[in-house]
Design a protein around this ligand. Structure first.
Ligand code: ADP
Ligand code: UDP
Length: 240
């Protein structure tokens, strides 16, 4: 499948049309941003890792019955996906306190919750992706009540699967962000990516951060951390 016109360049990926109007090609960049684009940099090799990791995890989720946009990996940075109309909600699941949860509610990082939490942000860069609830999402017509129910059901199932998978790699899944989209017939599928850019991943033994927080917080060893989680995922995938 050939890349057609570039439709969009985002912070981490470029999106291209293909000859099939129902399919897109996403191309993962090494560019990294944080704090709504205020902090910028590059993480060498990140695009390759995020592409491969996202594809491996989405294929695993498909097998477990979660529909995704994944079609086929085309190269180390490029993947063919089903074109969706993105539901403009960032769906965040948390198993352990960290990041904005710790900051907003005045608690330390690392508190293990009895059950996972879910929250939604309105995906709107100009507004800084504000936190909203389901009633706001419906009032703004971002999604129907039925779509929100489907999204919540999938999000918690995805958490169960990813948590177990990462645990088997010696990695604790702290929190992550998902995006969903609608196919032409209205079916809701998981879209965008699942990677160390969009998840918090802590080494289960040492608590070492193996995700984008190393970039956000200038902790150093960013590339090594991405390589390390990818290595663990590969070893585990081969054993499965
Ligand atoms: P951002 O837009 O936040 O800077 P990216 O650089 O990752 O993010 O750009 C990828 C864009 O493509 C995002 O806006 C994302 O919502 C969108 N997207 C992801 N998967 C699909 C898909 N299957 N169909 C259409 N758009 C998608
Ligand atoms: N996240 C993301 N994109 C965003 C905001 C958050 O992928 O625009 C991910 C982030 O990597 C983390 C989880 O969602 O795994 C929760 O992020 P949080 O709300 O704590 O925000 P942050 O600390 O990134 O400001």
């Amino acid at each position: 499948m050939e890349k057609g016109q570039q439709l969009y360049e985002g912070k981490a990926k470029k999106v291209y049309a293909t000859e099939d109007p129902q399919l897109l090609i996403v191309s993962y960049k090494d560019d990294a941003t944080a704090f709504n684009g205020v902090k910028r940099g590059t993480i060498a090799g990140k695009g390759v890792i995020n592409n491969r990791m996202s594809n491996a995890l989405m294929q695993m989720l498909e097998k477990k019955g979660v529909p995704t946009h994944f079609v086929r990996e085309l190269s180390e940075r490029e993947t063919l996906v089903k074109k969706v109309s993105i539901v403009p909600l960032e769906v965040i699941i948390r198993n352990i306190s960290a990041g904005s949860f710790a900051k907003n509610y005045g608690v330390e990082e690392g508190i293990v919750f009895d059950e996972p939490t879910i929250e939604f942000s309105y995906k709107n860069d100009a507004l800084g992706d504000p936190l909203i609830n389901e009633y706001h999402a419906r009032a703004l017509k971002l999604a129907t009540a039925e779509e929100i129910e489907t999204i919540k059901r999938y999000a918690f199932r995805i958490n169960d699967e990813l948590k177990a998978f990462w645990l088997s790699c010696g990695v604790t899944l702290v929190d992550f962000k998902l995006e969903f989209g609608r196919l032409e017939d209205g079916t809701i599928v998981l879209a965008d990516e699942i990677s160390p850019d969009t998840s918090r991943l802590w080494d289960s033994a040492t608590g070492m951060k193996l995700d984008k927080d190393r970039f956000r917080r200038d902790l150093g060893g960013v590339e090594d951390a991405y390589q390390e989680v990818m290595k663990r995922l590969n070893e585990r995938m081969q054993a499965l």
